[in-house]
Design a protein around this ligand. Structure first.
Ligand code: AR6
Length: 175
């Protein structure tokens, strides 16, 4: 089992699946969602339109599509919480996103998955609070899923990467 934290562009990552930080329409948007749709090509939007017709993806849930022109075989779309100050169960909802993604990883027999930092861009979730939630859920998935070989967290900026690296150190050496 292997967890990697890297800085980069998730659309370049070859994995069984990359995760998209989408909105509940699944019809595209800005941030990593826009980048994934641009790189995957219009066939991704066609498949997402069919999911939209079936209700899209409520916050905290996840849906899987093919990866089309991406190096990744699949895209797992999840919808993170919008940060509203921290008293609207945002932390539990963010944890639920990771659990929903790993449920699809399990159901589809995937062995490698790459995540962006869900909710910490346009949705405004403080990254220092999101990082330990993400890392804890990833560690729980490794403990639960024997099929899982590699999880990569792809941070877009070097300050974001440092936040995740610090959070990982703190999780492994709690005071
Ligand atoms: N690779 C990796 N990470 C990226 C990339 C990339 N190519 N591009 C951006 N990020 P955001 P959210 C980082 O805003 O907060 C969309 O409009 C970014 O720096 O993409 O969950 C959706 O349609 C940040 O750290 O997602 C929704 O409406 C992280 O990805 C809404 O934004 C997440 O930022 C979702 O907002």
């Amino acid at each position: 089992m292997k967890l990697e934290l890297i800085q980069g562009d998730i659309t370049k990552v070859a994995a069984d699946a990359i995760v998209n930080a989408a909105n509940s329409s699944l019809l595209g948007g800005g941030g990593v969602d826009g980048a994934i749709h641009r790189a995957a090509g219009p066939e991704l939007l066609d498949e997402c339109r069919r999911l939209y017709a079936q209700g899209g993806c409520p916050t905290g849930q996840a849906r899987i599509t093919k990866g089309y022109r991406l190096p990744a075989r699949h895209v797992i779309h999840t919808v993170g919480p919008v940060w509203r100050g921290g008293n609207q169960s945002e932390e539990a909802t963010l944890a639920r996103c990771y659990k929903s993604v790993f449920a699809l990883v399990e159901a589809n027999g995937l062995r490698s998955v790459a995540f962006p930092s869900i909710s910490t861009g346009i949705y405004g979730f403080p990254i220092t609070r999101a990082a330990p939630i993400a890392l804890r859920e990833i560690q729980a998935a490794f403990a639960r899923l024997p099929q899982l070989e590699k999880v990569t967290v792809v941070l877009f900026s070097s300050p974001d990467l440092e936040v995740y690296q610090r959070a990982l150190t703190q999780l492994s050496t709690p005071e």
